[in-house]
Design a protein around this ligand. Structure first.
Ligand code: PBG
Length: 323
């Protein structure tokens, strides 16, 4: 026998030296939820270990994550009042913008502070865009709202905006408006290949979502692989600095295709349902929780993700630091 692959697996140090992908805290981004009017952090039933924050507890959690070494923080806001156009999203005193301002001030340049740019948390119907007279999501009317949200978030101190609404032309509209406002510095992360996924289920609890129905007229069909490359191409042409694939684990083929196709960074979002499945299995004693978490994250990186958004970011950063 000339080749014996097992030789390189004999000891932990040998395995480590020959490993192709190592996890790094700097490549993890922690999503955080901030809710208006809370007196203390509120647990999210379907996401054990994740909470809706008050502004002070948000700042504390952000600082802890940064101390653990995470590279970024992605903020989501849950307003006290919602309306048809999602006014709270563009209000400088709206909860997301207040949270962004507080976190940006607290962490400075120690981590990238990011805002989720979408309307679903702010609309009373729960859709990611505004509706037309017939109740359909109105793409082009939504773009002007996204522009208003973008300017408000940039003003609040977000260094990066995560465009997660899946409206056609959203990257170009927001880039143009930011540039016109002199904010050429703000980074745009396009949720380019975002699928209409059942794995977002627990997130609906996290943001007290008002949605009835689904998002299949704007998010991608799970049966499509080549279409992801089209979405990504359009976003890069419109000025996306980073593109993302979402969810992560069920879409590793898409992640791999996208990573091979573009020359901008490619990120992945390990979503709420991916988190909940591992937590639920682990709580039942059916799976080794830590190993499953680390394995899922290295799988996502192996498929092509440069950075990963994960609700385990702070915990994994701490684990990695301890070795
Ligand atoms: C839209 C948005 C969603 C998620 C992130 N941004 C919800 C959706 O598209 O239905 C889901 C994230 C997760 O499930 O963890 N603002």
């Amino acid at each position: 026998m000339i080749e014996r692959p097992r030789r390189l697996r004999a000891t932990p140090v040998l395995r480590s030296l020959t490993r192709e992908h190592h996890l790094s805290a700097r490549r993890l981004v922690l999503p955080l939820f901030v809710k208006e009017g809370l007196r203390s952090p509120a647990p999210i039933g379907s996401m054990p270990g994740v909470v809706q924050h008050t502004v002070p507890s948000l700042v504390e959690a952000a600082q802890e994550a940064v101390e653990a070494g995470v590279g970024g923080l992605m903020l989501f806001g849950v307003p006290a009042a919602r309306d048809a156009v999602g006014s709270a999203g563009s209000d400088p005193d709206g909860v997301l913008n207040v949270g962004l301002r507080a976190v940006a001030e607290a962490v400075g340049d120690a981590a990238v502070v990011m805002g989720d740019l979408c309307l679903d948390e702010f609309t009373d119907h729960g859709h990611c865009g505004v509706l037309d007279a017939a109740g359909r999501v109105d793409n082009d009317a939504t773009l002007s709202r996204y522009v208003e949200l973008a300017l408000a978030q940039a003003d609040a101190g977000a260094a990066l905006l995560g465009l997660s609404g899946m409206m056609d032309g959203q990257v170009g509209a927001v880039r143009g408006a930011l540039d016109a406002a002199g904010r050429t510095d703000v980074v745009l992360l396009a949720y380019a290949a975002k699928y209409a996924s059942a794995f977002y289920g627990p997130f609906r609890d996290a943001v007290d979502s008002a949605l009835t129905g689904d998002r299949r007229t704007y998010q991608m069909d799970p049966g499509n692989r080549r279409e992801a490359l089209r979405e990504v191409r359009l976003d890069v042409e419109q000025g996306a600095d980073v593109v993302m694939v979402k969810p992560a684990l069920p879409y590793l083929d898409v992640l791999s295709d996208v990573a091979a196709a573009v020359d901008v960074p490619v990120w992945a979002y390990q979503v709420s349902g991916e988190y909940a499945m591992v937590e639920a299995a682990a709580a039942n004693g059916w799976i080794d929780r830590e190993r499953a978490i680390l394995e899922s994250l290295v799988a996502v990186q192996r498929a092509g993700a440069g950075a990963t958004l994960t609700y385990w970011a702070a915990e994994v950063a701490t684990l990695l630091r301890r070795g």
